[in-house]
Unconditional design. Structure first.
Length: 210
């Protein structure tokens, strides 16, 4: 298993390459979208370790998600809710505490490291969530954002597999094959993950053509 620091270092390199590729090859990306693609690739490259056995990666990831998710959701809901600034402040604070402490604790306590979060369906789900989260962006930007998260996520899985090979001892470690896998730790988690891939895929298809 690669360390969290390794994932972040490779994630920064990959985020730069992915952003440059989208920016130069498609000619459809402006600086604002380039910043988003960079950040999403980097976040994608770290997210699988939400099930980490050590508390630090989980807390960092939930800290980022605890800020990003409520802000994006409030942005979507604000026109219909017409909330006052102090109400927005309290909602953001509550959401941050929920992500940073309650949800992070739950994941730390109850998830199995190298379980379903280290699998290909989880990478697809993360990409689909990005497409849905940026619901009011231009459709091809949303696909780029989803691809950025997916590519970052896949890099994490590939790195974990590479680190599962003991090059000096020329042998495979016990964790080989547990990251770049189409299944989770149990039949139920595998079934739920693939069902979610299909469900979110359908949502993405409809939301992209509205
Ligand atoms: Zn990992």
């Amino acid at each position: 298993m690669a360390k969290f620091k390794t994932h972040i270092s490779f994630g920064i390199i990959e985020a730069f390459l992915v952003t440059a590729a989208f920016y130069c090859c498609t000619k459809l990306v402006h600086p604002v979208q380039a910043v988003v693609i960079f950040c999403l690739t980097l976040i994608g490259s770290a997210v699988p370790d939400v099930d980490s056995d050590t508390a630090r990666p989980t807390q960092i990831l939930f800290g980022i998600l605890g800020i990003a998710c409520p802000v994006l959701l409030l942005h979507a809901l604000q026109p219909s809710l017409m909330l006052k600034t102090e109400e927005i402040f309290c909602i953001l604070l509550a959401a941050f505490l929920f992500f940073q402490y309650l949800l992070a604790w739950f994941f730390f306590r109850f998830t199995v490291h190298r379980g379903i979060f280290h699998s290909i369906p989880a990478a697809l789900i993360a990409g689909e969530c990005a497409i849905l989260l940026f619901y009011n962006s231009i459709w091809y930007h949303r696909i780029f954002f989803g691809a950025a998260v997916f590519l970052g996520y896949m890099l994490h899985l590939v790195l974990d597999e590479i680190y599962a090979v003991d090059l000096f001892g020329m042998r495979l470690k016990k964790s080989t094959g547990s990251a770049l896998s189409f299944r989770g730790e149990s039949t139920i988690s595998t079934f739920c993950a693939w069902a979610l891939v299909v469900f979110l895929g359908i949502l993405c298809k409809f939301s992209l053509y509205i």
